[in-house]
Design a protein around this ligand. Sequence first.
Ligand code: ADP
Ligand code: MG
Length: 245
Amino acid sequence: MSKTIMINVEKLNKSFGNLHVLKDVDMTVKKSEVVCLIGASGSGKSTLLRCINFLEIKDSGLVVIGGEKIEKETHDLNEVRAKVGMVFQHFNLFPHKTVLENVMEAPIYVKKRPKEEAKVEARALLKKVGLSDKENVYPSKLSGGQKQRVAIARALAMKPEIMLFDEPTSALDPELVGEVLATMKELAEEGMTMVVVTHEIGFAREVADWAVYMNEGRIVEVGHPKQLFSNPKEERTKNFLDSVL
Ligand code: ADP
Ligand code: MG
């Protein structure tokens, strides 16, 4: 049985003014796959993720999510964003809300969920990310790793079908990276469909089903992580890996 296609991007183009950032990008991600996206700063990785959950609107091409071709004219983009959760490098937690309130916020205000139900679910998510004891704490009292785990719980509270991670560990002190990657690995093992921009090659090797190298707005190489990282076919991939490893 072939797996359901969760994300299908075809000939995606996006420019900012004169800057052509995404150039005919094609990518297909099936259910429960984990894809790691690597590439130099400025190569268009964040823009690609943002076009997939419509934080940015593509100029041309197709974005199909869960079999549905999404267009800003015909779709409620808030619904698309609920289906496609995103975790950023900077956690963007609400500073004046407790950890629990941060996780409850979107289900209550966006999905109009009853407060008590949202609270029960938020507590379950905090347990899942190992932060049950922090529910009444404000974000300023958390470590970076804890903040990022709250951000993951907050994205999961919308019950997304897909999770996008944009360099989720690159703002963290090295000793805090592991706990966030462990949370992401758990999510992958539960079958979440994930696209992860990361230079944590160890994580990519261990968790990703395949990896993508992007350069100057194009996908240059796609492969199994073990192949792509150890034995890249393209000279540009090799040069990039030599610069980061
Ligand atoms: P990456 O995530 O790979 O570092 P980005 O997708 O963030 O790359 O950016 C690709 C290019 O697009 C960069 O040159 C960046 O400066 C530019 N860019 C990204 N977002 C915007 C924006 N909102 N307005 C103008 N330029 C942007
Ligand atoms: Mg980026």
